[in-house]
Design a binder for this molecule. Structure first.
Ligand SMILES: Nc1ncnc2c1ncn2[C@@H]1O[C@H](COP(=O)(O)OP(=O)(O)O)[C@@H](O)[C@H]1O
Ligand SMILES: [Mg+2]
Length: 302
């Protein structure tokens, strides 16, 4: 890769509005070949909206979108695929009951024979699927095995291998590790590293800094549709990224929670006060009553 090569994919000052909702405002970011760019942000930050722009699902409302230095206007996901941008969504577009090799070639089935004898080239599909998975370090016992029998991490890995085989230059992964356990997430992170080693530009979307930091080369942080900026790993520590992510959202969430506790507390206090009143009313008829009235009045003062 020459130093002069333009980024594989780049947006400049992109905004996206849904009616009066500002989903994204003035976002700039890029990804180069052989690089893992992490897009970080809490729920609702605009991560999925941004990658839907990259993958041709939404056009941007404002701003520039460039692929290898040339402005593009995608009108469908097919345009993005043709430009070498492959997106692996969290809810994978796979058919659980179909075999690994069938899923591997879903939408681009190799065929053999002509006319009425044309059929799925099973032998080719099985061989290529096995080879491509092996290149990513994945050994499958049987490519005829239904995809539904694979673990979540293995399915993600098949989707990544498939995108690489179909000629993707940019691989976009929307929260690929979100539903996975620690060990499986590690496996997926390893395949991301392999895709990078093979020269792809990877955009890795996550809200988990601990998954992003070890694998990321650069980090773009989104917060409520705005960017905190892009940082290379040498510029920020893991703690600083955690801090930026936590900054607004978590503190706000905490304050909501505290409000909620205070509210429940008041309800509990009111109920206790009522119980105390009843008790003290009862106690008033008994000789040992008065000691119950002290805590009751204390609670009532709140
Ligand atoms: N099609 C849509 N119509 C209206 N609002 C949308 C649409 N898609 C996303 N949004 C809004 O844009 C904001 C960002 O959403 P999203 O990109 O899904 O965030 P993230 O993926 O970071 O959780 C949210 O407030 C969401 O409600
Ligand atoms: Mg999302």
């Amino acid at each position: 890769m020459s130093a002069m090569a333009p980024p594989l994919l780049e947006v400049q000052e992109v905004s996206k509005y849904f009616g009066s909702v500002i989903a994204l405002k003035d976002i700039s970011m890029s990804v180069n070949a052989g690089e893992v760019m992490c897009l970080l942000g809490d729920n609702g930050a605009g991560k999925s909206t941004l990658i839907k722009i990259f993958s041709g699902v939404h056009p941007p409302s404002e701003g520039l979108f460039l692929v290898e230095g040339k402005e593009v206007r995608f009108t469908s996901p097919r345009d993005a695929l043709n430009a070498g941008i492959a997106t692996v969504y969290q809810d994978l577009a796979m058919i659980p009951l179909m075999s690994i090799s069938r899923n591997f070639f879903l939408g681009s089935e190799p065929t053999i024979g002509w006319g009425p004898f044309r059929r799925f080239n099973l032998e080719f599909a099985d061989r290529v699927t096995r080879e491509e998975l092996a290149k990513m370090g994945i050994q499958v016992r049987d490519t005829a095995q239904p995809v539904g029998t694979l673990s979540g991490g293995e399915r993600q890995s098949v989707a990544i291998a498939r995108a690489v085989y179909l000629g993707a230059k940019v691989l976009i992964l929307d929260e690929p590790t979100a539903a996975l356990g620690v060990k499986e997430a590690g496996v997926v992170l390893r395949y991301i590293a392999q895709a990078r080693a093979r020269g792809l530009g990877v955009i890795f979307i996550t809200h988990n800094v601990h998954h992003a930091y070890p694998i990321g080369d650069r980090f773009t942080l989104l917060n409520r549709g705005r960017s905190y900026g892009t940082f290379s790993k040498s510029e920020v520590s893991r703690e600083e990224v955690v801090g930026m992510m936590a900054g607004g959202e978590e503190l706000e969430e905490l304050s909501h929670e505290l409000d909620e506790f205070a509210h429940t507390d008041r309800l509990v206090a009111a109920r206790m006060a009522e119980a105390s009143r009843e008790l003290s009313a009862d106690a008033g008829t008994m000789p040992s009553g008065p000691q119950l009235t002290a805590p009751a009045s204390k609670v009532e003062q709140r």
